[in-house]
Design a protein around this ligand. Structure first.
Ligand code: PEP
Ligand code: MN
Length: 336
């Protein structure tokens, strides 16, 4: 809810309004203009409605959108999220690439050098893998995160990796530049609060069956816990279509960009499940306004321990990056 306080009220009345807001569990955020009389009330809707009857209030306007801190209303400027020496959410289009899973030191050294040579801005790789079957490779855990960080540092690339359990946070923290929250954990509220209470940026993937409103509300948990540095990632949703692994919802990109100040990236690898669709959907994502891409690359996709069918080899990745560079320029942006 938004309220406008009456003009020229006494300080004591304004203070009583703010005290009652806080007693009712509401945060009052001043909005620009109107001599500081306009405030957004964040908290339980019933509490805000009750407070609207306070003697200090001239006018109250209901806000139908359930997400607040991720919305542009309170925050008209785009949030920039640092990734190495670059920032996501501005003019630059950034690409994070790497294998689905951290497998071996040799695989990691090869792929890190390849994505670096191709022009990637970050290295990805899962060490805690959320696998559908308990019998599939589950990842090397903290040891894998260390290996990922070692090869990434050697190439000068920031590290993006998934966290599955808040209990691993402290062990991962020194090695990780961006914590990924996977699609299956988009509504793991304990995990969202945990990454919201630490200083590193968060790459939040859209849930397999999540609406865009639920997606923004998941991001709202992270901001509410204290961390505004969130990268939203559209990674495809589950539909009736079985020809592709998921259905890439490109509507999400402009919809999210219009409503939220957070950067939006697209993961064409998990969205399609098919490597031959990764290049066309990467280009479509940039055309739709995405700020970046998350792409799976493996030195030898046919031997990948997971997601080989959707992984690009080094040469294909390098070719795609060249094409994306020209496309970015045509779109009035820049792929550094
Ligand atoms: C991944 O990026 O490796 C991954 C597991 O993705 P998602 O959570 O989108 O399925
Ligand atoms: Mn994967």
């Amino acid at each position: 809810m938004y309220v406008v306080l009456k003009p020229r009220i006494e300080a004591a009345l304004r203070e009583s309004f703010l005290r009652e807001a806080s007693e009712r569990g509401l945060t009052a955020i001043p909005l620009p203009g109107l001599e500081g009389r306009a405030l957004a009330l964040i908290g339980p809707a019933a509490a805000a409605e009750a407070l609207a009857a306070h003697a200090a209030v001239e006018e109250a306007v209901a806000d139908e959108r359930p997400y607040k801190k991720v919305a542009r209303g309170l925050h008209p400027h785009d949030t920039l999220v640092a990734l190495g020496g670059h920032a996501l959410g501005g003019e630059d289009i950034l690409v994070v690439a790497g294998p689905c899973a951290v497998e071996t030191p040799e695989q990691m050294r090869t792929v890190a050098a390849a994505v670096r040579a191709g022009g990637a801005h970050g290295l990805r790789g899962g060490a805690f893998k959320p696998r559908t079957s308990p019998y599939s490779f589950q990842g090397h855990g903290v040891e894998g995160v260390r290996l990922l960080a070692d090869v990434a540092r050697a190439e000068g690339l920031p590290v993006v990796t998934e966290i599955l359990d808040p209990r691993d946070l402290d062990a991962m923290l020194p090695h990780v530049d961006v914590f990924q929250i996977g699609a299956r954990n988009m509504q793991n509220f304990t995990l969202l609060k945990a990454v919201g209470g630490q200083p590193k940026p968060v790459l939040l993937k859209r849930g397999l069956c999540a609406t865009l409103e639920e997606f923004l509300l998941a991001a709202e948990y992270v901001v509410d816990a204290g961390n505004e540095r969130i990268i939203l990632c559209e990674r495809g949703i589950r539909t009736f279509e079985t020809a592709t692994r998921n259905t890439l919802d490109l509507n999400a990109v402009p919809w999210l960009k219009q409503r939220s100040h957070l950067p939006v990236v697209v993961d064409p690898s998990h969205a399609t499940g098919l490597r031959e669709l990764v290049a066309p959907m990467s280009k479509a994502a940039l055309a739709a306004g995405a700020d970046g891409l998350l792409i799976e690359v493996h030195p030898d996709p046919s031997r990948a321990w997971s997601d080989g069918r959707q992984s690009l080899d080094a040469a294909t990745f390098a070719r795609l990056m060249n094409e994306l560079r020209s496309l970015a320029t045509a779109l009035g942006r820049r792929l550094p």
